[in-house]
Design a protein around this ligand. Structure first.
Ligand code: GRF
Length: 195
């Protein structure tokens, strides 16, 4: 299976996924695409020998469909058959998502269905939650929705800040996402639940 990984920032999840796709893994990364050319993950992808693409979203301000058509055009030559959103910070509409139904994954830094959207760690802390985590799900047109393919839980500790909690969750993202992709790429949708 050929996997396209979409990023917006440092790409630590992309690195974890790419590093795991070796040996008898049924998938290989075919392209890393970022929505801006200053995404730190682009250099990391190139260092791993993965082709990269950039589609800047800013020229398409107010034209989501135009941006999504440009995404599709940039991906097509790499012939992906799966997409992994990994710290990709643009909302994708049904125009892009529907043709990829069942073949596109996302990782979200909360225990969905709690805390869809942004600032998940601050919200969990404000709510007084005792645990947090991350979720890998199939992407549907609804934001941070879709069938759950994996979750990893971490404790919220006294004195946690959004930053300390984010770091604890991110560590688990790097374990969860590769584990889910290994199964998903082999056609197995059994949920991965950690610990
Ligand atoms: C992190 O906040 C992570 O929780 C979320 O995307 C952000 C950047 O991740 N999934 P990455 O380092 O670019 O993979």
């Amino acid at each position: 299976r050929r996997v396209a990984i979409l990023i917006s920032g440092g790409g630590s999840n992309m690195v974890a996924l790419a590093r795991d796709m070796t040996g008898d893994h049924p998938a290989r990364p075919c392209v890393v695409l970022a929505n801006s050319d200053d995404a730190g993950g682009l250099a990391r992808a190139r260092a791993l020998g993965v082709p990269t693409e950039v589609v800047d979203h800013r020229p398409f301000k107010g034209d989501r469909v135009g941006f999504e058509d440009a995404l599709q055009a940039a991906l097509a030559p790499h012939e992906p058959d799966l997409i992994c959103l990994a710290g990709f910070m643009r909302v994708l509409t049904a125009h892009f998502v529907t043709p990829w139904a069942g073949r596109m994954l996302n990782i979200h830094p909360s225990l969905l269905p709690k805390y869809r959207g942004l600032h998940t760690h601050a919200r969990a802390l404000a709510a007084g939650d005792t645990e947090a985590g991350c979720t890998v799900h199939e992407v549907t047109p609804a934001l941070d929705d879709g069938p759950i393919l994996g979750q990893a839980r971490v404790p919220i500790l006294p004195g946690d800040t959004p930053e300390t909690l984010a770091a604890r969750v991110l560590e688990q993202e790097h374990i969860l996402y590769p584990a889910v992709l290994r199964r998903f790429a082999a056609g197995d949708r059994t949920a991965v639940l950690l610990p």
